[in-house]
Design a protein around this ligand. Structure first.
Ligand code: TA6
Length: 306
């Protein structure tokens, strides 16, 4: 749908507007009371969130691909119907295909509390990602609601519209902008069991201290349903990451060598981001959805001064 038609059908004066975004992708700009956000229709990819009076909250690589069919490095990738490289067949894309698909707008509004909201939809019959139906021969309907004000709420609803159950893993793979990843701490994971996926997968347990980053980190905290707090003292802010419908949290920073190996990640960018991902990363927390059943996963991001 062209931008003019999107604005005519779904635009909300002062709250929701559609414009051409990076890479030429159509994007919705949400202007709520207390903050703004931007989300591409491509991949339902949230690219920006900025509460009034704060620095940008999401990070996007300056080297990110911005082409249909390629993943965007940064923002909030919607990882579905599988997390990581656990696709059903060899060669299926990392973190699933929902982030590679063109979503459509279902509704947009200004809420009574002043937040701006948009709901995007992806139905199995409308997926134009080559081979998606071969990777994932199930009928489904996804709804993704982005609501922005001084906080940001992202909700991914999966519905099984077919006749057989299917099992998903998933993540809202949020890339947070930080002053310097070596100076931040992540609270809320103390004592949690996690799989360290750097090198051979190793089961470990977080001590009583908050998570600090001193090297490449790629931890899948299992059975974790609570809130994380990203404390960024140099920038004088705390970012709260609350969630629901998620039983794992992933913390990732590629550090020096891995960043240098990634063509869509600037060699000098690794100190400025940290992923805290609201996930069901599997296999212990994979979600089986029966016909006509559904599952919602939500992340709720708020920023406060330290
Ligand atoms: O969530 C961590 C991770 O699986 C890392 O191992 C790394 O591969 C990263 O995701 C890549 O995520 P992206 O969404 O940028 O493709």
């Amino acid at each position: 749908m062209h931008l003019s038609e999107l604005n005519e059908r779904f635009g909300v004066a002062g709250a929701v507007a559609f414009e051409q975004g990076p890479g030429g992708f159509a994007r919705a700009v949400l202007t709520g009371a207390g903050g703004r956000a931007a989300v591409l229709l491509y991949g339902a990819h949230a690219m920006e969130f900025q509460p009034d009076g704060h620095r940008p909250v999401l990070w996007v690589s300056r080297r990110s691909w911005l082409e249909a069919g390629k993943p965007i490095r940064g923002g909030v990738p919607v990882c579905w119907p599988w997390f990581g490289g656990k696709g059903p067949v060899a060669g299926s894309p990392l973190h699933g295909f929902a982030r590679l698909a063109e979503w459509t707008v279902e509704s947009a509004a200004r809420l009574p509390d002043g937040r701006a909201t948009i709901t995007l939809v992806l139905r199995s019959e409308a997926v134009r990602v080559p081979q998606a139906a071969a990777w994932w021969p199930h009928a489904f309907e996804l709804r993704y609601t982005v609501t922005a004000g001084s906080d940001l709420t992202l909700t991914l609803s999966t519905r099984n519209t077919g006749n057989d159950p299917f099992t998903i893993t998933q993540a809202l793979h949020t890339y947070f902008a930080v002053s310097d990843v070596r100076s931040v701490r992540v609270h809320g994971l103390e004592g949690a069991e996690y799989i360290d996926t750097v090198g051979p997968e190793t089961l470990r347990r977080q001590g009583p201290e908050p998570v600090a980053v001193r090297a490449e980190i790629d931890n899948v905290y299992r059975g974790h349903t609570g809130e994380c707090v990203l404390e960024d003292a140099p920038w004088g802010r705390r970012i709260r990451v609350a969630k629901s419908g998620s039983r794992s949290t992933v913390v990732w920073n590629p550090w020096i060598e891995k960043a240098a190996r990634m063509p869509d990640f600037g060699d000098d960018e690794w100190p400025h981001m940290l992923c805290i991902e609201t996930a069901n990363a599997g296999p212990d927390d994979a979600v089986t959805i029966p016909p006509a059943g559904g599952h919602d996963i939500q992340t709720h991001i708020t920023v406060e001064p330290m």
